[in-house]
Design a protein around this ligand. Structure first.
Ligand SMILES: *Cc1c(COP(=O)(O)O)cnc(C)c1O
Length: 391
């Protein structure tokens, strides 16, 4: 059904296979295993001769529905859902790489992703070089014969730096490496990395895909041979799979993804413009502003600026914390992609575990704040921030 329908329609309709009860809403299959009619059928299912469900660590109808819908939205051949965004990245690495392989990754990654590549994977013989989140030439220079994977987020977290995915994909191909793009900030509403030449797309479904801050989830998307033989092979053996309940919540989230993203983007642009006019704000980082260094690339690659606005407050940590402590409505929490606006001081929270030198190299200063703009009235969001900026 998916091919000819529009994006908004697929977000609502793709992946639905009704049961014998003809339910209208997506069915929620809370079951750990599935029964067979005979010993012969059990054997045929296990050997793969007969398609069908066996056990929810490998496959579950609700999880399959989510995978099918998300694959339709990203334009992917295959999708596997995972327990969280981090387990999606882990499954990608464990499924496709081996000891001795080398990774080139952006310096502007989510904090836990930096920990994973920078520390944990090193213990298993996978080395990572961290390079510029904007300059493709640095990636080319960092590639080695053992390089197997390029890993990037665009826009980066929290500074919203943009890299040219098509240009990076050309460099990855020359280096013999797969390009994986963490598409958490943009979602397929704004950006479809596979169409731009990426080999893999990673999602933290915890963010905009759920969109209401309820559950954790993740996904890996791409060509069938990479996703099903590599990533799914790891997942079915090692087990960081998505629960059917969480898959169901995320399926319902996808139904409103398009209109939510449009609203997040419109509000974020308005907030970014307002922040730029505030005397206590030193700099605003938002791809939708003409002052953003990659504004033209952002317009071409992701349509609009997204829902995340970061800004430097004059006066360092003290001044930034004053803004955080003055809010009465905006939630002080590290989550993003929620209908509720959130505010974070990256240097002491999401990026607090990386060294001060690495933080400085990534451009994350003590005065930096990140706001994930929710769907409340923009006037209320501005008023909440104005209090701390006026103090
Ligand atoms: C949150 C996040 C992750 C990790 O996702 P979890 O679901 O929290 O494990 C990865 N990448 C980005 C960009 C994120 O924002």
């Amino acid at each position: 059904m998916s091919d000819k329908l529009h994006f908004e329609t697929q977000a609502i309709r793709a992946g639905i296979h009704r049961s014998a009860f003809e339910e209208h809403s997506e069915g929620l299959y809370l079951t750990s295993s599935f029964v067979f009619s005979s010993a012969a059928q059990a054997a045929a299912r296990f050997s793969g001769e007969e398609p069908g469900y066996i056990y929810s660590r490998f496959t579950n109808p609700t999880v399959s529905a989510l995978q099918e819908r998300l694959a339709a939205l990203e334009g992917a051949e295959a999708c596997v859902a995972t327990a969280s965004g981090m387990s999606a990245i882990l499954a990608c690495v464990m499924g496709l790489l081996k000891s001795g392989d080398h990774v080139v990754a952006s310096r502007g990654l989510f904090g836990a992703t930096v920990q994973l590549f920078g520390n944990l994977l090193q213990r298993f013989g996978i080395e990572t070089s961290f390079v510029s989140p904007v300059d493709v030439a640095e990636w080319e220079a960092a590639a080695r014969p053992a390089t197997r994977l390029f890993f990037v987020e665009t826009p980066s977290n929290p500074l919203t730096e943009i890299i040219d995915i098509a240009a990076l994909s050309a460099v990855a191909k020359r280096a013999g490496a797969w390009l994986a793009v963490d598409n958490c900030f943009c979602t397929p509403v704004l950006q479809r990395p596979l169409e731009l030449g990426a080999d893999l797309v990673i999602h933290s479904a915890t963010k905009y895909l759920d969109g209401q801050g309820r559950v954790l989830g993740g996904a890996v998307l791409g060509r069938k041979e990479l996703v099903m033989e590599g990533v799914f092979g790891f997942l079915r053996t090692a087990g960081p799979c998505l629960s059917p309940f969480n898959a169901w919540v995320i399926l319902k989230g996808l139904e409103t993804l398009n209109i939510r993203m449009q609203a997040h983007c419109a509000a974020a642009l308005q907030l970014a413009r307002w922040l730029e006019s505030q005397p206590r704000v030193e700099r605003v980082y938002y791809p939708g502003l003409p002052s953003h260094p990659q504004h033209a690339l952002a317009r071409r690659q992701q349509g609009s600026g997204g829902g995340i606005v970061s800004f430097d407050v004059k006066g360092g940590r003290e001044a930034a914390w004053r803004v955080v402590d003055a809010v009465r409505m905006i939630s002080i929490t590290a989550n993003l992609g929620d209908t509720k606006s959130t505010i974070t001081h990256p240097a002491t929270t999401t990026h607090g575990r990386i060294s001060p030198e690495a933080r400085a190299a990534a451009g994350i200063g003590e005065g930096l704040l990140r706001v994930a703009v929710g769907l409340e009235a923009i006037e209320d969001i501005q008023a909440d921030l104005a209090r701390g900026l006026a103090a």
